[in-house]
Design a protein around this ligand. Structure first.
Ligand code: ADP
Ligand code: MG
Length: 864
């Protein structure tokens, strides 16, 4: 619909915009209108510049079991009840107008339920113009002085634009003016007083930096979509009050650039805000009439006011528009006042109206669906088909969403409680719409002509008229239609009538001659003036040229200066980049070093840990060894101590024995000394000795209490003697080959009187430590006698000694208590030596033997 076949800023042939990376979301703004009745219940609050909060009204809360939920919605900007139309325009519409003038497209629409202020926002109220008149005002303020003459730009019926020269345009103008109908709006202006104030916008807004070397033309069209039919609100139709013709619906078509347009839609070229608004108002009036005549609900139709701006560059002279179709840029701004978004059940629509209402809802539903699909495609990369064709409204919007340009929406809400549910729907849709993105339009390429053409042409014209004025000539250029030459021609003296009616007429010819001469002079003057002017013009041109040249030089100088600066900056950037690279390299190296060091550290720590563990193990080993050694030492010490004790005990025993033997000897000696000398002491024989001993034993004993015992010699007794074999328990078993064997003996561990009473022989097995450290076993034998007191006395008669020794003289290391292993015994070739002595041995357990015991020492004798 919008862009032309001619050069447009868009690239509509491409399905995807050329600069896909640059996209802007649909700008959604929210306007909350004031409540119409002061103390009405309000359910919407503006809580920040971008957020609005909506909460269910009181009744609603009760209805929903007291459930209370506040919802917040965020938009690009939220405008409260106090916002003025101007403020709204500044933020929302001004950028769209700026874009339009720079050749870019835009779409602005209002959305909301009926009565929420859509029309108030778009069109405005008397004395408070809305966005539409303000847009028009800004457009004409900006392009005012650069507008093309009417009909220079000619829209064709295929959504394109042509350009023609001014003369052709003039001719067409005259032709149209001559036509009785239709009357162009530039005729008599009869603006409805109701809306007269609406266009009384005094903002004087202007777009900065309008391309001055272009010429501009504005075209407006106004359509209405009702019940999915498009109606041209500017179509001129002969009005028949008796049988009004129903309006004909229009068809949409896609142009060769894939833009949608309404076939045969009236597009009016307008030259001022007033004129444009008048056209709008005409359409508005028609809409009202149709609504009343056809019994339609006005809030159920969408209205679309389209502003097309055609622009083309001036030629090299800066005087006429360049006659090149490709150089024309056509941009379009659509201002849409959508139908009320409420659902059908909200209104009291019936029958036909209900069906229509349903359709209207259908087109808004389609709009919602399209936005949803677009959003989904953009967010999730899907490629779903957007159902633009499902309704006329969305089909018309297709270019805006698929092409390039700004799309903005103002959601209007009425904070009153009754609108709560509908407002929620509106907010949800609006929030979703913000997520759709539209490609940003690219800047149009500049035309190749020198800038400043318009200014130079104007300057030349001004200068020319100034000079003519100085020469007293007519001032031209005041009105565009009058040429300079025309003005001069007017000052020429008019030719008198040169008809000669009378032969004698001598006045006409001289007057004619005079006038002709005058004219001739004037011609000469003019020709001189012309030459002068040409000269002046030439010099002026030269001046201009030189001025331009100097300016160009200056610009060149500036340019080279700037280039130098840029080159310097580039070098600096390169240097900095190099530095950055070096630093990055350094950082990399440092990072690597750090990693290596950290690795080392970890390794060392591990080593340290393993070493300390080893150390701990060693320490515990040491402790265990120490404990074991300690144990061994104490064991050995104890062993040695025991050994020592044993040896000491043996020595003691030996010494005691020796002492006892000595004692005994001493006693015997004493007895000998005290005995009466009836026998010769020098009898050497054994018999004699024995007798002596016997006699001695009869003599009074050293123990005065014991009565002397008459001892009898019993040696001669034959076999059948009975022995008491006294073996103390402390004795150690000997390993001698020759073991004493006494048959029929009573073996006792301690001296026993009963056993003595039964026997006549006594044998004590006594062990002691010999001087060589070996155990010596002695068998001390004696005869048992009955004493007169009824007790028993033992007279020791002989001692047999059993002893083991090594033939090599090696001392036996093993203790006598521990028997030598058999191999040891074999090695050490022990010999038994048996000795006999006749030493009376005192029984140590003498006390047990009773008071009658007497110990008698016998003279020592050797066994043969
Ligand atoms: P819609 O077009 O959404 O159905 P209108 O724009 O026709 O609603 O507004 C309905 C009524 O409310 C009108 O009388 C209008 O003047 C008034 N109105 C709407 N918005 C505002 C506003 N922001 N300030 C003052 N009055 C408003
Ligand atoms: Mg309205």
């Amino acid at each position: 619909m919008k862009a032309a076949r001619t050069k447009t800023p868009r690239k509509p042939v491409l399905k995807k915009p050329s600069n896909t990376s640059l996209k802007d979301p649909v700008g959604v703004y929210c306007r909350v209108r004031p409540l119409s009745v002061q103390d009405q219940e309000c359910c919407i609050e503006v809580i920040s510049e971008t957020t609005v909060q909506i909460h269910p009204p009181d009744g609603y809360r009760i209805f929903r079991n007291g459930e209370y939920r506040e919802t917040q919605y965020t938009f690009k900007e939220v405008f409260g009840t106090l916002v003025t139309q101007k403020e709204l325009f500044d933020v929302v519409a001004k950028p769209l107008v700026e874009d339009l003038i720079r050749g870019k497209n835009g779409l602005l629409f209002t959305y909301g339920v009926t009565g929420s202020g859509k029309t108030h926002t778009m069109t405005g109220s008397p004395g408070d113009g809305g966005l539409l008149p303000r847009c028009l005002d800004m457009i004409f303020n900006s392009i005012g002085p650069f507008q093309a003459k009417r009909f220079v730009f000619k829209l064709d019926d295929k959504n394109g634009v042509d350009v023609q020269c001014e003369v052709d345009a003039l001719l067409e103008r005259q032709k149209r003016d001559a036509m009785p109908i239709p009357k162009t709006p530039s005729g008599k202006r009869q603006i409805d007083p109701e809306f007269a104030d609406m266009i009384n916008v005094r903002d004087h807004y202007k777009v900065e930096e309008v391309e001055e070397d272009n010429v501009y033309s504005v075209f407006v069209s106004y359509i209405e979509i009702y019940n999915n039919y498009i109606y041209d609100l500017l179509e001129e139709m002969p009005f028949d009050p008796i049988k009004p013709k129903p309006p004909q619906s229009k068809v949409l078509r896609e142009d060769q650039n894939h833009n949608m347009y309404v076939i045969g839609c009236t597009e009016v070229e307008v030259k001022s805000t007033e004129e444009a608004f008048e056209v709008f108002w005409r359409g508005q009036k028609k809409r009202r009439i149709a609504n009343t005549q056809l019994n339609r609900e006005s809030s159920r139709s969408h209205s679309v006011f389209m502003i097309k701006l055609a622009q083309a560059p001036l030629d090299a002279d800066g005087d006429n528009v360049l006659q090149e179709k490709e150089q024309i840029t056509l941009s379009q701004l659509s201002l849409v006042d959508l139908a009320g978004s409420e659902r059908t059940n909200r209104t009291k629509a019936e029958g036909n109206r209900l069906r229509e209402a349903g359709n209207i809802n259908q087109s808004l539903m389609t709009l919602r669906t399209c936005i949803e699909v677009l959003r989904e495609n953009q967010m999730y990369g899907t490629n779903k088909m957007v159902p633009y064709r499902d309704s006329k409204l969305t089909h018309l919007f297709k270019n805006y969403f698929d092409g390039e340009g700004k799309v903005r929406m103002i959601v209007c809400v009425n904070p009153k409680a009754e609108d709560y549910e509908e407002s929620l729907q509106v907010m949800r849709f609006a929030e979703m719409t913000q997520e759709v993105e539209v490609a940003r339009p690219v800047d149009k390429p500049l035309c190749g002509l020198t800038p400043g053409r318009r200014f130079r042409n104007q300057a030349f014209k001004d200068e020319l008229s100034r000079r003519l004025e100085i020469r007293g000539g007519p001032i031209c250029g005041e009105t565009e239609e009058q040429s300079v030459t025309e003005m001069f021609l007017q000052n020429f003296p008019p030719l008198p009538s040169c008809e000669l009616l009378d032969v004698n007429d001598d006045q006409t010819l001289p007057r004619l001659i005079e006038i002709l001469e005058k004219r001739q002079r004037m011609r000469q003057i003019l020709s001189q003036e012309f030459t002068k002017n040409v000269l002046a013009f030439k010099t002026m041109l030269q001046e201009f040229d030189s001025g331009i040249a100097s300016k160009e030089n200056y610009a060149q100088g500036k340019l080279s200066e700037k280039e130098k600066v840029i080159a310097g900056q580039k070098m600096e950037i390169e240097r900095l980049e190099k530095k950055t690279k070096t630093l990055e390299y350094k950082i990399e190296i440092l990072e690597k070093t750090t990693t290596i060091y950290e690795e080392d550290k970890r390794n060392l720590q591990q080593e340290l840990e393993s070493k300390s563990q080893k150390l701990q193990r060693q320490a515990s080993d040491k402790r265990r060894l120490e404990a074991r050694l300690q144990g061994m030492v104490t064991e050995t010490t104890m062993k040695w101590e025991k050994e020592c004790e044993r040896r000491v005990a043996a020595k003691q025993l030996e010494m005691q024995n020796k002492l006892w033997v000595k004692d005994e000897k001493l006693k015997q000696l004493k007895a000998i000394v005290t005995e009466p000398k009836n026998e010769k002491p020098e009898r050497p024989s054994r018999e004699k000795d024995r007798e002596k001993a016997l006699q001695r034993s009869v003599s009074p004993s050293p123990a005065p209490n014991a009565p002397p015992v008459r001892l009898r010699h019993r040696r001669s007794r034959s076999a059948g003697e009975r022995w008491v074999d006294h073996k103390p328990a402390s004795n150690v078993p000997t390993e001698t080959v020759m073991q004493p064997h006494v048959p029929h003996a009573i073996t006792v561990a301690a001296a026993n009187e009963k056993a003595l009473a039964k026997c006549d022989k006594y044998m004590l097995t006594h062990q002691e430590l010999a001087s060589d450290g070996e155990i010596e076993t002695k068998l001390i034998k004696g005869d048992v006698y009955k004493t007169r007191g009824g007790g028993q006395a033992v007279q020791f008669t002989e001692i047999e000694t059993l002893k083991q020794e090594s033939p090599t003289g090696r001392k036996r290391r093993s203790s006598p208590s521990s028997p030598t292993p058999p191999e040891d015994a074999a090695e050490s070739e022990w010999t038994d030596v048996e000795t006999r002595c006749s030493v009376a041995v005192e029984m140590r357990a003498g006390s047990n033997l009773g008071p009658g015991y007497q110990h008698h020492a016998l003279p020592k004798r050797r066994k043969p």
